[in-house]
Design a protein around this ligand. Structure first.
Ligand code: NAP
Length: 483
């Protein structure tokens, strides 16, 4: 079992108190690298989730709002606590997620960056008076907290994803009820432990509920005291939340699935493109929403690029991230592993060739999937149409700019995309043509706290990060003054 000073409790946190399930119900948390149970966390009942919503409601202040200075201090305290405990939070994250330790600890820095950004820009949420005086009135615009927000996060970035939401919610003065993914609740408990010890957040301002998604989701969708849900996860669950909240017309911020095209033109720096693809594709074991999922390479450079890729992939090390400097950890669970295996099998059956990695029949029986490259991919293959969420690089060829823009857009998703070319005008045209919220030009980098990030099409609604993200949890109210 995992031992940590940040994991003294394994329970929810409601109204400023660690709160167990009344009947003692728990669920198991596994280390995917060893397959062993490392903790048992409390599974909350419907009544306990309702109590969390009520606690949030009691912390909401409308007529005497929390001042900008108070909110900034909360954000700074959380940032500082995360930075000071980066190693331990990263260790917990590594053990429940499986990503290499250096990546896990890097994710803690990334998370601290969102609290830092919001603390530095929170003044933008102050009221302002517009310079014009239409209708003989003085018009003031206020940014009111929307109310208690339900924050639901996935397992692939256990601290990064909550940081994006919670920093903006606290900046707005919104209490929250937070549900982590059942695979990775421990990092969230560690965050609550830090907030409990190192901040003076009012009781009820942050509440933690863990356990069955159906139970927690139902309360958050049905409660009239929760006017907003911010969700990161699959498009499938995002669609369900849209339907389940339609009756009450709740505000939804949705960060959903991706199917990122990574386009390499024949005038690209192929070494730089290969290095960026490796860094982008294999982060988190290939289990990130911004991972390149379809690699389009111009036919003139396809062989050369494939060789560069295979050379790099063959040097990668796979293993338990906690023990040393490995490049790739295990996949999160058996279902995730089986999906990647199915994508490789399907591609090979339909005519793709294996350039690096193992044939499906050579794979072991643990959750470590070797980095794999296949070429000759087309739109009939599962790896082209679905988000693989694993360490598979599927390469397809293209001839013209027009053709590759169409191919890139040939998906319901619109989250991240990448283009590698030495031609600036072409890069501008391709970025404008790709219906994706993020388009890296000669870089495979993903989101950052300073810039807005989010999806087009079925990849979501709203933005996290940047000033756009800072405004997600407020509602503008105009107060025209007549005399
Ligand atoms: P998921 O299955 O949709 O789960 C995400 C979260 O939603 C988990 O906490 C899950 O709880 C919860 N959930 C499931 N059903 C629910 C329901 N009916 N009501 C309320 N909550 C519910 O996604 P995942 O497998 O954890 O994450 C992978 C997906 O997230 C990928 O598609 C990836 O692209 C996407 N993602 C997107 C972004 C982005 O920024 N756009 C970032 C990261 C990940 P349980 O764990 O208890 O089931």
């Amino acid at each position: 079992m995992i031992e940590s000073p940040l994991l003294e409790k394994m329970t929810g946190y409601i109204g400023g108190r660690w709160t167990d399930n009344a009947q003692g119900h728990t669920f198991d948390v596994y280390n995917p690298a060893t397959g062993k149970v490392i903790a048992q966390a409390a599974s909350m009942t419907e009544d306990e989730v309702k109590a969390a919503v009520a606690a949030g409601k009691s912390a909401l202040r409308l007529t005497s709002p929390y001042s900008i200075e108070t909110r900034r201090k909360w954000l700074e305290d959380i940032r500082d606590a995360l930075k000071a405990n980066k190693e331990e939070v990263g260790r917990i994250l590594c053990m429940e997620h499986g990503k290499p330790l250096h990546e896990a600890q890097g994710e803690v820095d990334y998370a601290a960056g969102f609290f830092d950004y919001c603390s530095k820009h929170i003044q933008a949420l102050d009221a302002h008076t517009i310079p014009e005086k239409p209708k003989d009135c003085t018009w003031t615009v206020h940014y009111r907290p929307i109310g208690v927000a339900g924050l639901i996060t996935p397992w692939n970035f256990p601290i990064g994803m909550i940081a994006k939401k919670l920093s903006a919610a606290l900046a707005a003065g919104c209490p929250s009820v937070i549900k982590p993914a059942s695979e990775t609740p421990l990092t969230m408990i560690a965050l609550f432990s830090l907030m409990d010890k190192h901040t003076d957040l009012p009781d009820g301002m942050v509440n933690l509920v863990m356990g069955k998604a159906s139970v927690i989701g139902k309360v958050l969708c049905e409660s009239p005291d929760v006017p907003m849900l911010s969700f990161t996860g699959s498009t499938e669950v995002g669609r369900k939340l849209i339907l389940d909240t339609a009756e009450q017309v709740k505000k939804l911020a949705l960060e959903l699935g991706g199917n990122a095209p990574f386009i390499v033109f024949d005038d690209a720096d192929l070494d730089a493109a290969a290095d960026n693809l490796i860094a982008n594709k294999f982060r988190g074991g290939g289990q990130t929403c911004v991972c390149a999922n379809r690699i389009f390479v111009h036919e003139k450079v396809a062989d050369a690029f494939g060789e560069k890729l295979a050379e790099r992939v063959n040097k990668m090390t796979v293993g338990d991230g906690i023990n040393g400097d490995v490049d790739l950890g295990p996949l999160i669970n058996q279902a995730g592993y089986d999906k990647v295996k199915r994508h490789v099998e399907d591609a090979l059956e339909k005519g793709a060739s294996l350039v690096a990695g193992k044939k499906p029949e050579e794979l072991g029986d643990d959750l470590f999937f070797p980095p794999t490259v296949v070429t000759g991919v087309n739109r009939d293959m599962c790896c082209y149409r679905e988000e693989t969420f694993g360490p598979l690089v599927p390469m397809a060829l293209f001839r013209t700019e027009e053709e590759v823009i169409d191919a890139g857009n040939d998906t319901e998703f619109g989250l991240a995309s990448y283009v590698f070319t030495g031609d600036a005008e072409r890069a501008q045209r391709v970025a404008a043509g790709l219906r994706f919220g993020h388009c890296g030009w000669n870089t495979g980098t993903g989101p950052t706290p300073e810039a807005p990030f989010g999806g087009m099409k079925a990849s979501g609604i709203g933005r996290e990060g940047g000033l756009e993200g800072l405004f997600e949890f407020v509602e503008a109210q105009t107060v025209p003054r007549g005399f």
